[in-house]
Each structure stands twice: as C-alpha cells, then as structure tokens.
Design a protein around this ligand. Structure first.
Ligand SMILES: NC(=O)c1ccc[n+]([C@@H]2O[C@H](COP(=O)([O-])OP(=O)(O)OC[C@H]3O[C@@H](n4cnc5c(N)ncnc54)[C@H](O)[C@@H]3O)[C@@H](O)[C@H]2O)c1
Length: 332
C-alpha cells in the first residue's frame, strides 16, 4: 500500500508515519511537508532514520503535488494548526488549510486514492460551546453554524470539500474531528497546545499564565495521547473498504479531561518544580471555557478507546523532553 502523509514532519504526521511503517510492513510511506513549522526539521531527520522520505512541497501549490507518484491513501495532516495565529495570518491559513486541502483532493481524484483527514474539534461554534454545561460532552451533531475562528472555518470547509469530492469522484474518506493531542515530540510551544507548554515551562522553570475567563485556570479540555490516535488511524486504514465516508469526534474523552489547575499539579509532581503562574483576566474571542469530546460513535464503530490516561501522557512527554531539552533549545 502506498501512503502519502501530508505534514509528515509535524508532530502528529511524523508520529503516524513511524507508527504505520512499523505496523504495516508492506506500506510505502512518503511525506510531503514544507517544513514551515519551527522544529519540523527534527521530525524530518526522525522519519529519515526509518527511511521515510520527505518532499519539501507547499500544498498550496498544485504544480508540485501533481508530479508525485500515485498513492492508494492520503492521510492529510498538513495545516497551520494555531487557532490564535489564524486571526492574524488569514491568507496564509486559508492557503495552507483550505487551498491545500483542495489541491490534495485534486490529486486524490486523479489517482482515485482514499483520504483520511485530520479535522479539529474547533469546527464547533464558539458561542454554543461557551453555553455548554460543564460535565457535558460534544457530539458530532453539535452546532457548527456560528463563528468558530478562521482556523475552525478552514477545517470545516475542508471537510465539506472532501465530502463533495467523495461524491463526485467516488473516493472514500474518513474525517476525524480531533481534540487536543499530546505526547513525545511535541515541542512545548504555545501554538501546539497547552499540555506540552505546561510540562516544558515547569521543566525549565519558565513563566506561565492562566489566561482568560478571569485568569483562574479553570478551562477544561480532553487530551489524547498521540499513540492512541495512531492506533485509531491504523484501525481505520484496515477497515477503510467496509467503513468509510464517516465523521468522528476523536479525543481523550471525559476520563482524560482536566483543567489548567489540575495540569499544574501534574506538571509539578512530575518535574518536582514549582513555578510562578500569573493571571491574565482578559479572554480571547477565540477561547472556550470547556470542551470534552463525546466518543460514543468512534467507540461503537471501531471498538477503540483511548488506552493512555493523563498521567501516562504527562509522563511520556516529560520522559522525552528531559533528555531532549538540548535539541529544543538548539532549534527554538
Ligand atoms: N495537535 C493537536 O492537538 C491537533 C488537534 C486537532 C487537530 N489537529 C490537526 O492535526 C494536524 C496535524 O497537527 P500537528 O499538531 O501535527 O501540527 P504541526 O504543526 O506539528 O504539523 C503540521 C505540519 O504541516 C506542515 N505544513 C503547514 N503548512 C504547510 C503547507 N502549506 N505545505 C506543506 N506542509 C505544511 C508544517 O510544516 C508541519 O510540519 C493538523 O491538520 C491540525 O489541524 C491537531
């Protein structure tokens, strides 16, 4: 099976490329990534070690994509994933996240290849999420009509385009609306999500702030270990002939949800470091106080559920960051 992973030098794409290479011995895996993410060169070297090539291609330009060989399956991970950045870099985000998906779909249609898309839980409307009662979980049928950030817009419009292309060209798709993912090889940068940021800042005794919603640190998210995500995608690939053209919420779920105060506690316990955390009351118009994925559908269809709990996620992240902190200092 010939598999193309877009964004194969990113956090999820590189972890997935290495995981699938190990699991599917007959798979020929290729990555395309323009290395725009700071630190992606580290992942380029990592995938090269297991003989996965990367072509430095910008997916917003079809001319380079169309020259690639034919693939049976595309796993589309390339994107600018920072929500806050999407309000400032609108053109760049539209080009990478939406035009990029369009170009990948043109290639899929030409080759008749199937596609697994990494969408986001941020396709759901901010206003409606803000009204959500704590302890609730978000199902796939939740409101997507109201504003969701420029980032969320590009992910939702990519989903719609994938469905149109599937209808027109008879290609099969799976869309995963992924919540927060974390684990080894996440670099502890703000734009990559708060879990690795928290562990890194504690490890290095750097400053942190609770931002928004009064600055009390009570925002809640569910977190998924990157290997749990890889395991799900592996099952999805194996079942793609029978189970396709479906959309799932994918995340850590209720059991793997926590607020920032709880994350601080876990980070202190593992690093044995206590740092000062300041408070910024002002809330970003893109922030939400609470999000937890409802996993009923994905669990029912694939008999999959996250195996790694929050402690394991933090432990694995820390165990990777500590010996590799010289790398993170060198590249950032
Ligand atoms: N990490 C999460 O918590 C999370 C949550 C929900 C959804 N997702 C989605 O999963 C996917 C992967 O996320 P990630 O955390 O690995 O992000 P990442 O930034 O680590 O990886 C994305 C990769 O895409 C590449 N890229 C960006 N623009 C490109 C372009 N125009 N052409 C070619 N390559 C380009 C970057 O260089 C980077 O290596 C994204 O689509 C993201 O929206 C991630």
């Amino acid at each position: 099976m010939k598999i193309l992973i877009t964004g194969g030098c990113g956090f999820i794409g590189s972890s997935l490329a290495i995981f699938l290479k190990e699991k599917i011995k007959t798979a020929q895996i290729t990555s395309i990534d323009n290395l725009s993410r700071k630190g992606s060169i580290l992942n380029k070297n990592r995938i090269a070690e297991v003989k996965i090539p990367n072509f430095k291609i910008d997916i917003s330009k079809f001319s380079s994509i169309k020259k690639l060989k034919k693939f049976d399956l595309v796993i589309h991970c390339a994107a600018e994933p920072a929500i806050e950045a999407s309000r400032k870099k609108i053109e760049e985000v539209l080009n990478s996240n939406l035009l990029g998906t369009f170009n990948i779909l043109k290639k899929c249609a030409k080759d008749k290849s199937n596609i697994i898309y990494l969408s986001s839980s941020r396709v759901y409307s901010i206003e409606n999420l803000r009204k959500l009662k704590k302890k609730g979980t978000v199902k796939e049928s939740f409101n997507v009509e109201n504003s969701k950030s420029i980032y969320g817009f590009t992910k939702l419009s990519s989903e719609l385009l994938i469905k149109e292309y599937s209808y027109l060209h008879k290609i099969n798709y799976i869309i995963n609306r992924v919540a927060l993912v974390s684990g080894p090889w996440q670099f502890g940068k703000e734009e990559q999500g708060f879990v690795s940021l928290w562990v890194w800042r504690h490890l290095k005794r750097l400053k942190l702030s609770y931002i928004g919603f009064g600055g009390t640190g009570r925002q809640v998210r569910d977190v998924l270990h990157v290997i749990d995500l890889c395991e799900l995608i592996f099952i999805q690939i194996k079942k793609l002939k029978k189970i396709n053209n479906k959309l799932f919420n994918v995340g850590g779920g209720k059991k793997n949800s926590l607020n920032l105060l709880e994350l601080t506690k876990l980070s202190r316990n593992i690093t044995k470091n206590m740092i000062k955390i300041s408070s910024i009351k002002k809330t970003s118009s893109y922030d939400i106080p609470y999000y937890v994925s409802n996993l009923s559908y994905v669990k029912k269809i694939y008999k999959w559920k996250p195996k790694r709990n929050l402690k394991k996620i933090i432990f694995d992240l820390y165990s990777w960051m500590k010996p590799n902190s010289y790398l993170l200092k060198k590249y950032f």
